[in-house]
Design a protein around this ligand. Structure first.
Ligand code: 5CA
Ligand code: ZN
Length: 409
């Protein structure tokens, strides 16, 4: 699949900072220490509905990770998937009487437009589950050879017992795992399971549902976790720097994915850091396609909201926080954007070097975007109150806000 166009990332004076980021697996901050090419995999959308603010907030977090790395003069190898075949997508297509491929294509196209408008840097590879099937089948065959699988009525399951490190991403107990498995696409109560949370690797073809030739696996379609693992291993290999997604992916998705990869390769860990963004709520509940309490990025854009204001609204919240979208959040962002634009269009201001360092330090400290915004606010207030004579400063501020925060002033 093709991704979306990249926006320019201006070069900045001075030195970028190494990123300290919260790792779910160890529960603390780790200093990310990528090679000259940092490697990141971020779980993509299941395209059965339009991009909502929750999605945008999660992708904003990982866009910041990349901007911090780019600022240290590293390259970034970013891979993202599209879950373009899965139960919720098929169910929505059925409910609405539309072709599931057309639904997936339409919503993926809209996602690309939203990401472009929000100035999210595109992945180098943007891969659909369907196009990854030829890569997934041999991995499931390999797991079977390794004795890590079993079958129930033709469906192939992964045995979590086969990974000695299973549980080390989420660190949850068995009861919590079982509960989350039931909530998030698993089938803990199916008779015949060795461990209730064992996930499906390959689902035998069902009447009336799409299926593909799986070679020795028979006709069917891939499970959800092996999809991301196949794509990540294919393009990034083991031991990549960041596995990213929202906190609702910690278990089972990222736990299972890590186990699949670790059993397949015999290496540990799959990723050096597992990074998770908090959940955005609307009216007191997590924004989710299944509940339908959504604010769509495309809808806001159609209503004339500047995408830069949407981005500032996301940035006003720490990525790990759970927070609530309200009209006030957007209004505050619109006001801030006006304020900043007025500031950088003045002919001069106070020197901007210290501000650039403050933004860098805030982001390097576990992506503290709210602290970065506060630093820019302070510079604009200083400019209003005491003026300044540095004619280069407004340009430097504008470039720093663009390069490090993805906001075009
Ligand atoms: N296709 C899978 C990942 S392989 C998936 O979870 N798709 S999704 O469309 O449901 O979500 C896409 C991304 O948005 C995931 O990282 C998910 O954790 C994140 N996300 C979903 N809802 C919210 C929310 N309310 N707030 C923040 N992030 C969210
Ligand atoms: Zn995923």
């Amino acid at each position: 699949m093709h991704a979306w166009p990249a926006s320019e990332v201006p070069a900045l004076p001075g030195q970028g900072r190494d990123l300290r980021i919260h790792d779910t697996a160890t529960g603390g901050l780790v200093t990310s220490d990528p090679g000259p090419v940092a490697r990141i995999y971020v779980c993509g959308i299941t395209p059965y509905d339009a991009t909502h603010i929750g999605h945008a907030a999660t992708y904003n977090a990982f866009d910041l990770v990349q901007r911090v790395w780019l600022d240290t003069k590293r390259q970034v190898h970013y891979v993202q998937n599209v879950t373009d075949v899965d139960d919720p997508l098929l169910e929505r297509a059925e409910r609405d009487g539309v072709d599931w491929t057309a639904l997936a294509e339409r919503e993926t196209a809209l996602f690309r437009e939203d990401m472009t408008a929000l100035r999210m840097l595109p992945p180098r590879q943007y891969i659909g589950a369907v196009e990854a099937i030829p890569d997934i089948v041999p991995l499931v065959e390999r797991l079977r050879e390794l004795g890590a699988t079993y079958e129930i009525e033709g469906d192939i399951y992964f045995s979590v017992e086969s990974d000695p490190h299973f549980g080390q991403v989420s660190n949850l107990d068995a009861a919590a795992m079982r509960l989350l498995s039931a909530e998030r696409g698993g089938d803990p109560d199916r008779p015949g399971k060795k461990n209730p949370v064992d996930p499906m690797l390959w689902m035998a073809a069902r009447e009336g549902e799409p299926s593909w030739d799986g070679g020795s696996l028979g006709r069917g379609r891939p499970g959800w976790h092996i999809e991301c693992v196949a794509i990540a291993l294919d393009h990034l290999g083991m031991g990549f720097d960041v596995q990213g997604g929202g906190s609702d992916l910690v278990f089972p998705h990222h736990e299972m994915g890590a186990s699949h990869a670790q059993v397949l390769t015999g290496e540990f860990p799959m990723a050096k850091a597992y990074v998770h963004a908090g959940m955005v709520a609307l009216h007191g509940e997590k924004m989710s396609k299944s509940k339908g309490n959504l604010v769509f990025v495309s809808r806001l854009r159609r209503d004339g909201v500047d995408p830069a204001a949407i981005r500032l609204a996301l940035l006003a919240h720490h990525y790990r926080a759970d927070w609530e979208w309200t009209d006030q959040v957007l209004q505050d962002a619109v006001t801030r954007l006006d304020h900043w634009r007025a500031a950088v269009s003045r002919p001069d201001g106070p020197p901007a070097e210290a501000l650039v360092e403050e933004i860098r330090e805030a982001l390097a400290n576990d992506l503290d975007a709210p602290a970065a915004l506060a630093a820019v606010d302070r510079w604009t207030v200083l400019q209003e109150e005491s003026g300044g004579t540095d004619t280069g400063a407004p340009g430097v501020v504008s470039r720093a806000v663009d390069a490090l925060l993805g906001v075009a002033l």
